[in-house]
Design a protein around this ligand. Structure first.
Ligand SMILES: [Zn+2]
Ligand SMILES: [Zn+2]
Length: 346
């Protein structure tokens, strides 16, 4: 099959012929119809993810049809249209048994712990517990965008953040995760204030429902601006970017007893940011992490999509061919295209 592959970190990936995957016991092979391009893929290529073994094929936001079934798979048939969360749980560890596959002790992550979906085919382990069937009306490109950024945002806003109607929700960073969070929090009836350094990202944020926007920049008082916009501080604040500055601001701009959710990944030299723990104690703030979303929570999200309250297709950006993927991947460290870029031609 054709795949995007790299032999060394930080050296240009190539499109090459590689052996087709075969399904592991309990796993399937999916013919990839669409796969999103995410900053996590760029981090992986930079060598920031210790799970990656070289040579490597990136890609973890995928949708397609089941091409081959491994031994023991009982819930799925050949040809079914599916997607998968970027964290697939083993199904047998204590976390999986409690319904928390997103923090599985033996997690399978396409494009990280195994070869991913920047390819014609991808092997997915633990298929019975993690594949999500796609409704007929949902196109592959939109479905691919759910597996990482949209579903991750859904869990961050709904399950971890517990956003409710009338609350103020601050969203720091208006990339794929942040824009998804704005749409989801708005659909729940919350009032969203969006923060980013780029005016075009903030324009998109407003189009998706943000009622206030703050352009951050050198020397700007983001915390003061959020407090002013929200009448004293956000009830819920989300760091959707993953940076020491946005994490700090997101905690500091909360009102008393507010909730911070860290969903943007903090990697490499940013992995241990300083946070105002004096404020966390004195104001009884909550800090929670959010890591992907379990397959069994997808039906609630898909139902809101079917009802028209969530429209992830609005977040789609460029459509790319597999041959264009290496250049697009390498660019992600320095520039970002608006919306979610998806590879739809292989
Ligand atoms: Zn991703
Ligand atoms: Zn598990």
């Amino acid at each position: 099959m054709k795949a995007v592959i790299f032999d060394r970190f930080f050296e240009p990936p190539e499109v090459r012929q590689v052996p087709d995957p075969t399904p592991h016991p309990g796993g399937v092979v999916v013919k990839v119809e669409a796969t999103g391009l995410c900053r996590s893929d760029w981090h992986g290529w930079m060598g920031h993810d210790s799970d990656i073994v070289l040579p490597h094929v990136p890609g973890h936001e995928l949708a397609g049809t089941i091409q081959a079934l491994g031994a023991g798979v009982t819930r799925w048939k050949l040809g079914e249209r599916v997607t998968v969360p970027f964290v697939a749980g083993c199904g047998t560890c204590p976390e999986c048994r409690s319904g928390n596959q997103q923090v599985c002790e033996h997690q399978f992550q396409p494009g990280f712990t195994a070869w991913g979906s920047f390819a014609e085919y991808v092997g997915i382990d633990f298929a019975d517990g993690n594949l999500v069937g796609l409704p007929e009306e949902l196109d592959f490109a939109t479905a691919a965008s759910l597996g990482c950024r949209f579903a991750t945002s859904f869990r961050a806003v709904v399950d971890q953040g517990r956003a409710t109607a009338g609350e103020w929700v601050a969203v720091h960073g208006c990339g794929g995760v942040g824009l998804s969070a704005i749409m989801i929090a708005t659909a729940l009836g919350a009032n969203v204030v969006a923060i980013d350094v780029k005016a075009d990202a903030l324009a998109l944020a407003r189009a998706l429902g943000a009622v206030a926007t703050i352009e951050a920049g050198a020397g700007s008082d983001v915390v003061g601006a959020v407090r002013a916009a929200t009448g004293g501080g956000a009830h819920l604040s989300i760091d959707a970017l993953g940076h020491p500055a946005t994490a700090f601001n997101s905690v500091m701009n909360l009102r008393r007893r507010g909730r911070h959710v860290q969903v943007g990944l903090l990697l490499a030299e940013h992995s241990r940011p300083a946070l105002p723990m004096d404020r966390v104690v004195g104001w009884e703030l909550e800090i929670r992490g959010s890591h992907g979303m379990q397959a069994h929570r997808y039906p609630a999200m898909l139902e809101m999509m079917r009802a028209g309250k969530l429209q992830p297709q609005k977040l789609l950006g460029k459509r790319l061919t597999l041959d264009e993927a290496p250049a697009a991947l390498m660019r992600m460290g320095t520039e970002s295209d608006p919306g979610i870029s998806v590879i739809t031609s292989f």
